[in-house]
Ligand binder design. Structure first.
Ligand SMILES: NC(=O)c1ccc[n+]([C@@H]2O[C@H](COP(=O)([O-])OP(=O)(O)OC[C@H]3O[C@@H](n4cnc5c(N)ncnc54)[C@H](OP(=O)(O)O)[C@@H]3O)[C@@H](O)[C@H]2O)c1
Length: 318
């Protein structure tokens, strides 16, 4: 065997199809006579990998909070794209009209996906406790809960933080997430081996590293982190997977909400940098849910290339 062929064969066995596709161009230039065979193998590997992810998600019911915008919306579309033939999506948020538009969009692209848009304010405990009972029978067997709904308000520092902002951030990011988790866990716990299902919590770099002007938001995300870590320990004797994904800077409606609808102020946050897109995070969420059942992507921090910490960014001058 040609020594390079041997190396390529080893690579095919050990690397993911993604890594291999990055190597392919240089291999193509060096060894035109063997590339065709290996390119076919690479395509086969890629297809096999994709279809195993789709197979693992087949027939599942996925519940996403905050699905009307940003990361939540992208996550809904990414699940539908990955398993377009047999999937159920429950999309929740306060803006029901937007959810219905997303449901229509998914219906056109992935007719095998059943979408249920539900108006739900996670910061209202009564709405959360009535939620599961209100689901149609065919959507009740939830397999994956993506706790994504969340928000930040303002940049004020103590002692000038608006009490209403403190309340809404804690009620949404912390109590809302905990109440959703408590509403869905009993469904998971009826299953074999102590229980099965995935809880995917969207935390933030802010939960790992507090910054000035973000004390309340950072405190809420630190609370999410503690709750998530405790939950993973509490459920150790089950097959329930507890997953946290912590994004760095992502361009969504997040900053517009932070600055009370002031788009110009929000745009300034992203000046000179290249933030993540909500699709970048959605891919990680779907990847986590699409792993083999024994694999738990417990804790993931995702930065754009220019970011190294909550407040450490490289900004290009204009
Ligand atoms: N963007 C970032 O840089 C960044 C970084 C790290 C972490 N995160 C986290 O990522 C998650 C998603 O944020 P995003 O960036 O995608 O922002 P976004 O575009 O503003 O989306 C936030 C979503 O949460 C929903 N939401 C807000 N309050 C809610 C409530 N009380 N009940 C139900 N849904 C509610 C919103 O829907 P409605 O308004 O229709 O209710 C919307 O769908 C949040 O948990 C956020 O903290 C964001």
């Amino acid at each position: 065997m040609h020594p390079l062929s041997h190396r390529i064969t080893r690579l095919l066995h050990t690397s993911t199809s993604f890594a291999f596709s990055a190597l392919r161009p240089s291999i193509s230039t060096q060894l035109p006579h063997i590339t065709h065979r290996f390119r076919n193998s690479a395509i086969h590997l890629h297809t096999a990998n994709m279809s195993s992810m789709a197979a693992r998600l087949k027939g599942k019911t996925i519940l996403i909070t905050g699905a009307s915008s940003g990361i939540g919306k992208s996550t809904a579309l990414e699940f539908a794209k990955t398993q377009p033939e047999d999937l159920k999506l429950i999309l929740t948020a306060r803006r029901i009209d937007t959810l219905k538009e997303i449901a229509t969009e998914i219906g056109k692209q992935a007719p095998g996906v059943k979408v249920l848009p539900v108006k739900l304010d996670v910061s209202v405990p009564e709405e959360v406790s009535a939620f599961v009972g209100g689901l149609p029978q065919e959507f009740r067997e939830v397999d994956v809960l993506v706790n994504n709904a969340g928000l930040v308000k303002g940049m004020a520092q103590a002692p000038d933080i608006n009490p209403a902002d403190i309340s809404v951030m804690f009620a949404t990011n912390v109590t809302g997430l905990i109440n959703m988790t408590q509403a869905i866990l009993p469904i998971f716990k009826t299953r074999a081996d102590g229980g099965r299902g995935d809880i995917i919590n969207i935390g933030s770099i802010a939960g790992r590293e507090p910054y000035q002007g973000g004390s309340i938001y950072c405190a809420t995300k630190a609370a999410v982190r503690s709750f998530t870590d405790a939950l993973r320990r509490e459920l150790i004797a089950t097959r329930i997977r507890i997953i946290e994904i912590d994004p760095g800077q992502v361009e969504t409606e997040f900053s517009v909400v932070r600055f009370g609808g002031d788009k110009a102020k929000a745009d300034k946050v992203y000046e000179g940098v290249e933030p993540l897109t909500p699709d970048d995070i959605a891919e990680v969420v779907v990847f986590a849910a699409g792993r083999r059942e024994n694999v738990v992507l417990a804790d993931t921090l995702v930065f754009p290339n220019h970011q190294a910490a909550a407040t450490v960014m490289h900004r290009k001058s204009a």
